[in-house]
Design a protein around this ligand. Structure first.
Ligand SMILES: Nc1ncnc2c1ncn2[C@@H]1O[C@H](COP(=O)(O)OP(=O)(O)OP(=O)(O)O)[C@@H](O)[C@H]1O
Ligand SMILES: [Mg+2]
Length: 477
């Protein structure tokens, strides 16, 4: 967008001089001679910066114009020009938020400098706005799927929290309910969106390293500290610090961390300098913090400090039809990734999804659908494709399992399961995957072909039937 400078002055000589000086520097300039026409012009031409003389003829003066402009556009830079007669008014204008002021006679060099600086500020502002908009579409609340009222109420609450940059947030919920997604959405929808989002998983970093990661250290603070390193607390300054799995923060570190939250300052390990920081804290956990407090594994004072704004993410099974809505959206995405654009879910498939309890929540749903798409040769995802994937549910909590890899974790049915039954299921799974090819299945199961054949006989499995079963599934599709 072209940058336009507006000059409002009743003295034609001064006005022209200012305008011509700026035009000489290749700026677009528009002129007005009083507050009323200046205001009209401001609305129609939307200048980037205004230079306004205080003493204007008519009912309103330059200060009135400044007020009007700031009522609709608080950030618009207004450079006030004031004659010697009006120093008081110049002070008033600055109090009202004028960008700067210049006395008359105008020093044109200074004028150019101030205009350049004002325009640069606007440019920076706009690029931050653009960046915020991009972040918003990529990581904002829009990408959180689900129309159920319980979920939508949560989004409304989270959006409200996002608007208050100082508010710390505690996110709880089962694995795969979207805690990390919410943490990012809160950051990206806030005024801090262009600042850093710094994330650390307290469970993934060894206890001894976590402190150094958070606080940073000075050279020589410990044997391996070859040079100074700033910590995540510093990196998150002005932005958001996201501590995932906060329940796993070592007890020894909890008091120290609470101190940072209360004082908003800390020292690097081995350092003496006090470093002040300001960040929004978002923490997440799928552990029950109250229980940890009762068991004396989590400090009560830290728990209260973190539990100011608590957002609990409901499990998928309590979100009504969200599972169907999310499944349709995911299938569209998976279809794009796999080059199969027209994937559809049949009503029988929807029924399977609705009746499953989803211990791994949305993450599990994503994985099940990916498997089902691979199992289905056609574009229709039936109950059979989903049911065979759900047979061995994988709910690996830390990582998304690789496609077509065996289940990484099993959900054991309430009535229990023997090792033999488990082995039998694993073998069936391998045979399904290899379409009944025993040699390939044996390789997958890391056992010899002979051993596998023995087990197939032992469990009374019929290999041809298994592959036939799979074939039928795909034929149905
Ligand atoms: N409402 C949602 N809409 C779309 N995708 C979602 C939603 N909730 C979760 N997901 C997806 O599910 C997966 C898991 O989400 P996320 O990592 O945020 O869960 P989490 O609660 O942090 O889980 P964990 O406790 O295991 O760390 C991600 O792939 C995420 O994109
Ligand atoms: Mg997570």
């Amino acid at each position: 967008m072209a940058q336009i400078v507006q000059v409002v002055d009743d003295d034609p000589d001064v006005r022209h001089l200012i305008a011509e000086t700026l035009r000489h520097h290749h700026l677009n300039v528009i002129e007005a001679e009083d507050a009323a026409s200046g205001w009209q012009q401001f609305q129609s031409e939307q200048p980037t910066l205004s230079i306004v003389d205080i003493g204007l003829p008519g009912k309103e003066n330059g200060i009135d114009l400044l007020r009007r402009i700031h009522q609709v556009h608080k950030e618009h830079p207004v450079l006030i020009v004031s004659g010697e007669a009006s120093p008081q008014q110049a002070v008033e204008a600055m109090k009202l938020g004028a960008y700067d002021y210049l006395g008359k006679p105008v020093n044109f060099e200074k004028l150019k400098l101030l205009v350049d600086r004002g325009l640069e500020t606007v440019r920076r502002h706009r690029s931050i706005e653009r960046m915020r908009a991009t972040l918003q579409t990529e990581y904002g609340f829009e990408q959180l799927l689900g129309s159920s009222s319980i979920f939508q109420e949560l989004i409304v609450a989270a959006k409200r929290v996002a608007e208050v940059p100082a508010a710390s947030v505690l996110l709880t919920g089962e694995s795969g309910t979207g805690k990390e997604l919410f943490a990012r959405a809160i950051h990206c929808s806030s005024l801090l969106a262009h600042e850093a989002f710094v994330e650390i998983n307290c469970a993934a970093v060894p206890e001894t390293l976590l402190e150094a990661e958070l606080f940073g250290y000075e050279k020589g603070a410990f044997t391996d500290a070859k040079q100074r390193k700033s910590g995540l607390l510093e990196e998150a300054n002005r932005g958001t610090l996201f501590l995932d799995e906060i329940g796993d923060i070592p007890f020894s570190l909890q008091a120290k961390f609470l101190h940072v939250l209360e004082e908003r300052s800390f020292r690097r390990l081995g350092g003496t300098q006090v470093i002040h920081v300001q960040f929004r804290l978002v923490v997440a956990t799928n552990a029950n913090l109250e229980k940890l407090v009762a068991a004396k594994k989590f400090r009560e004072d830290l728990y209260y400090r973190l539990n100011v704004i608590h957002l609990h993410l409901p499990p998928l099974r309590e979100r009504g039809n969200d599972v169907i809505e999310i499944a349709h959206c995911f299938l569209k995405d998976i279809g794009q990734d796999f080059g199969r654009a027209d994937l559809t879910l049949t009503p029988s498939g929807e029924q399977v999804l609705l009746s499953h309890s989803w211990p791994g929540n949305v993450r599990e749903l994503k994985n099940i659908l990916q498997r089902a798409v691979i199992l289905a040769d056609g574009n229709t995802i039936e109950d059979t494709h989903l049911a065979s994937s759900l047979h061995l549910v994988h709910t690996n909590e830390q990582q998304e399992p690789a496609l077509l890899s065996p289940a990484t974790a099993m959900i054991i049915p309430p009535e229990g399961m023997s090792m033999d039954e488990m082995e039998c299921m694993l073998i069936q799974s391998a045979l399904r995957q290899t379409k009944g090819n025993v040699t390939a299945a044996a390789r997958l199961l890391k056992m010899s072909r002979e051993k596998l054949r023995y087990r197939i006989r032992k469990f009374g499995l019929r290999v041809m039937e298994l592959s036939q079963d799979l074939k039928e599934n795909s034929d149905d599709a």
